[in-house]
Ligand binder design. Structure first.
Ligand code: GCV
Length: 664
C-alpha cells in the first residue's frame, strides 16, 4: 500500500461492472476552456485506470471519439456541480466549469472503488457550502502549531516547498471537495509576515498555481502589524491614511504577482497578536481596511472571532470567556464589507470534546459567516487517540438557532441559505503533516476525508462518510469495514466519557493540551475554570451567573438557563451543581462521573480487542502503526479515568455505588 496516497491509493486491483469496456477519455470541451483542472482530471482518470485495472486510457479531443469517458461542459449547472451518467456503456461527466469536471471524476472513481457498478450510473451533486477550507497552522521554520503528524510539507527553514507531496496534497484535498486552503499559521510571526512581499511572491505563485490546478484557492494568514514590521510605519491603525495606503500598495503588489490568490485569514487582538484594539478601533475597522484594499482583486478577508481576554484573574467570577466572542462582535453586525467573512469557532471556548454551539450563530444576521472546526484534535486526543469528529460536526450543523422560521440551522447559515449569502462556508484546522500517512494515526485521516465530504454534502451521515473512507483506504473487506466503522462511530463518545465530564472541559495538561490535569487550568489566566469544591462543580452561566445562557435565541436560552431542562451533556457548562444533583438520566452527577469514566475505558478496550482481530487483513505497517497508538490510548484512557475519578472521590468522599476501584 502506498501510504502517501492515503484514500487515493489505486494499487489495489478492482473489478467493477461496466468498467471493462472503458478504454478512452474524450475531452469534448472547447480548447480555449481547457485548463489545468481539465488536464488534471484526465491524468487522474489515467492514473486510476492504470492502477485499478492495469489499463492505459487513450485521450482524444472532441466529441467523435466519445466511447469511453467523455468530459463535457453544460451551461446552466451550478458552479462546481457535476453530473455523471452512463448511457450505452459510455460515461459522461458534465459540469458548468472545470472544478465540476474534476469533482465528477473523483465522484466516479469513488463510486467505482466503493462497490458501485457503471451500468445505469447516475450521480449528480452540487456543493452545499460555497467555501470548503483547510486552515493549516504551519510555521515557516517547518514546525506546526498543534501539529501531531510530523513537520510541515509547505515550509522548511523559512522557505516554501513545492514538490510531489504538494501535488498529492492537492489531489487528496480536491477529491473530497476542498476548494480553499490557508497554508500558514494564524499566529503570523517572523518570516511568515513576509509572505506577501517580494521575498516569497514567486514561490507563493508557484504554489497557488499547483492548487489552482485542483480547484483550490490559496489563502495566506496575515500579520495585522505588517505595516510596521514590513513597511516600517510607526502604527497599524486601520484609520490612518498612511496605513491604508500601505496595505493598498502591498495588495496591488501581491495580486499582480499572484493573481489567483484567494485572500487572507486574520487573527487579531487574540492571544497576544496585534489588532485594531491597540488604536481604539473596532474589528470592523480593521477588517474593512483590508477588505477595501483586497476588493479590486476579488479577494476575501476572513476575520476570526476568537477574541478574548487571556489575562484573566481566576478569582474574577464575573468575566466569562465564553461570552467574549459574542460581546466583541455582536455590536458590529452589518458593519462589515461584503468581502469580509467572520470565521467563528464551533463553540464559545476552544474545540473541547463537548461545547454548546457558538451563540454568534443565529444572532449575527447581516454578516457573512463561516464555521471553524478543528480536525487536528488538539483537545481530543492529538491523533494518538482515535476520535472521529464528523458526528460532532453534524450535530453542530444541525443545531437550530431559531433565527428564522425555516432554514435556521448552523448548516443553513453557513451554506448561505438563511441570509442568501455567497461568502460563507466551513473551515477546519488541518491535521496533516509530513508523516508518511499524512495524519500520524491512520484513522485520523477519516477526519480530513470526512470534513471535506461533509462540507460538500452535509446530508451525508457520519456512517456513510466513514464507510466510504474505509472502503477507499482499506478495500472492500466486510470484517475490516464493520470493525473500523464500530471504532470510528464509538470513538467520540468514548473520548468524551473518559475526559472532563458533562460539558465542563479543560481538565487537561495546560502546556500540551494532552493528558489529564483536573486543576491544570483552574488557577490560570485563560478563563477556563470548572469551579469544583467539595460540594459541587460547574460554572453558573445562567441569568443569575454570567448570563451567557441568555445570549441564545428562544427557546434555546430558556432551555440552557434552566437546570431542569438543560441537556445533561452540557449541564456543567451552564450550571454549578451539587454532586448529588439528579441528572435527566436518573444518575447523580458524581455517579455519572464514575460510570462514564469506567465506560469510556471499557469502550476503548473493546475497540482494541476488535482491532487486533484485523491483524491479517490490514497492511502490516499500517496495522502496527495503529496498534501502537491503540495500546497507548488504552493506557492513557485509564490514566484519565483514574485521575478524574480519584479527584472527585477525594473532593466529595462519595463512594461509587458499584464499588469499583477508585484510588483514594
Ligand atoms: C493558533 C488555541 C490554541 C492555539 C491557537 C488558538 C487559535 O488557543 O491552543 O495554539 O493558535 O487556539 O485558534 O488561534
Amino acid at each position: 500500500m502506498a501510504f502517501e496516497q492515503a484514500w487515493l491509493d489505486y494499487s489495489r486491483k478492482l473489478s467493477c461492472e461496466g468498467a471493462g469496456k472503458i478504454a478512452s477519455v474524450s475531452i469534448a470541451i472547447p480548447e480555449d476552456r481547457q485548463d489545468d483542472l481539465i488536464g488534471n482530471s484526465v491524468t487522474e482518470l489515467q492514473r486510476a485506470f492504470l492502477g485499478l485495472f492495469g489499463r492505459e486510457l487513450s485521450v482524444h479531443t472532441g466529441t467523435k471519439a466519445c466511447d469511453g469517458i467523455c468530459l463535457a461542459f453544460r451551461e446552466g449547472m451550478q458552479a462546481e456541480a457535476y453530473h455523471v451518467y452512463e448511457d450505452g456503456g459510455k460515461i459522461t461527466i458534465e459540469a458548468a466549469d472545470s472544478s465540476g469536471i474534476l469533482y465528477g471524476v473523483f465522484a466516479l472513481l469513488c463510486h467505482m472503488r466503493t462497490g458501485g457498478s457503471l451500468s445505469g450510473l447516475e450521480l449528480a451533486k452540487a456543493p452545499v457550502m460555497p467555501m470548503r477550507m483547510l486552515n493549516h497552522w504551519d510555521n515557516m521554520d517547518g514546525s506546526i502549531e498543534r501539529g501531531y503528524s510530523g513537520e510541515s510539507f509547505f515550509f522548511e527553514d523559512d522557505e516554501i516547498l513545492v514538490n510531489d507531496r504538494t501535488v498529492t496534497y492537492a489531489r487528496l484535498a480536491a477529491s473530497v471537495g476542498i476548494n480553499a486552503a490557508v497554508i500558514n499559521n494564524v499566529n503570523v510571526k517572523d518570516a511568515a509576515t513576509w509572505l506577501i512581499t517580494e521575498r516569497y511572491a514567486d514561490k507563493v505563485r508557484e504554489l497557488a498555481d499547483v492548487f489552482g490546478g485542483y480547484g483550490i484557492r490559496l489563502y495566506l494568514s496575515l500579520n495585522y502589524a505588517a505595516p510596521m514590521e514590513v513597511g516600517r510605519l510607526n502604527s497599524a491603525d486601520p484609520l490612518s491614511e498612511e496605513v491604508r495606503a500601505w496595505w493598498k500598495k502591498q495588495m496591488a503588489y501581491i495580486f499582480q504577482k499572484v493573481p489567483n490568490l484567494g485572500g487572507f485569514l486574520i487573527k487579531a487582538d487574540s492571544e497576544g497578536r496585534p489588532g485594531p484594539f491597540t488604536y481604539g478601533r473596532t474589528h470592523a475597522d480593521g477588517a474593512n481596511m483590508l477588505a477595501e484594499a483586497a476588493l479590486p482583486y476579488g479577494a476575501k478577508i476572513i476575520w476570526r472571532c476568537f477574541v478574548y481576554n487571556c489575562q484573566q484573574d481566576w478569582r474574577d467570577e464575573k468575566t466569562d470567556r465564553a461570552r467574549s466572542g459574542y460581546d466583541n462582535f455582536i455590536g458590529l453586525d452589518g458593519q462589515f464589507l461584503d468581502n469580509v467573512i467572520l470565521q467563528i469557532k464551533n463553540g464559545p471556548m476552544d474545540f473541547q470534546v463537548r461545547e454548546p454551539v457558538h451563540p454568534l450563530f443565529g444572532r449575527l444576521t447581516k454578516t457573512n459567516q463561516m464555521l471553524e472546526v478543528q480536525i487536528a484534535q488538539e483537545y481530543t486526543g492529538q491523533q494518538r487517540h482515535v476520535c472521529y469528529l464528523i458526528p460532532m460536526f453534524r450535530e453542530i450543523l444541525a443545531f437550530h438557532t431559531y433565527v428564522a422560521k425555516e432554514h435556521d440551522t448552523v448548516e443553513d447559515i453557513v451554506s448561505g441559505r438563511t441570509f442568501a449569502q455567497k461568502n460563507c462556508g466551513m473551515a477546519a484546522v488541518a491535521n496533516t503533516g509530513n508523516d508518511e500517512n499524512w495524519t500520524g494515526h491512520d484513522m485520523a485521516a477519516a477526519n480530513w476525508y470526512g470534513f471535506g465530504r461533509l462540507a460538500f454534502e452535509p446530508e451525508l451521515t457520519a456512517e456513510e462518510i466513514a464507510k466510504e473512507w474505509i472502503r477507499l483506504t482499506f478495500g472492500m473487506d466486510e470484517e475490516v469495514e464493520e470493525t473500523m466503522l464500530h471504532i470510528l462511530m464509538t470513538s467520540w463518545k468514548a473520548y468524551e466519557n473518559y475526559n472532563a465530564p458533562l460539558g465542563i472541559g479543560w481538565m487537561v495538561n495546560p502546556n500540551f493540551h494532552y493528558g489529564p490535569s483536573v486543576d491544570g487550568y483552574e488557577y490560570s489566566r485563560w478563563g477556563t475554570y470548572h469551579r469544583a469544591d467539595h460540594l459541587g462543580i460547574g460554572v453558573d452561566r445562567s441569568g443569575e451567573g454570567t448570563g451567557y445562557a441568555l445570549l441564545y435565541r428562544e427557546p434555546n436560552a430558556s432551555v440552557y438557563n434552566d437546570k431542569e431542562r438543560c441537556p445533561d451533556e452540557l449541564i456543567l457548562f451552564f450550571h454549578h451543581l451539587p454532586y448529588t444533583w439528579k441528572l435527566k438520566s436518573g444518575k447523580t452527577v458524581i455517579q455519572h462521573i464514575y460510570d462514564t469514566h469506567f465506560e469510556g475505558v471499557e469502550m476503548v478496550d473493546e475497540m482494541v480487542e476488535r482491532f487486533k482481530k484485523l491483524q491479517d487483513k490490514l497492511p502490516q505497517k499500517a496495522y502496527q502503526r495503529m496498534l501502537e497508538r491503540f495500546l497507548h490510548q488504552k493506557e492513557h484512557a485509564r490514566e484519565w479515568r483514574d485521575q478524574i475519578n480519584s479527584y472527585f472521590y477525594r473532593k466529595t468522599g462519595i463512594a461509587d455505588e458499584k464499588g469499583r476501584k477508585i484510588y483514594g
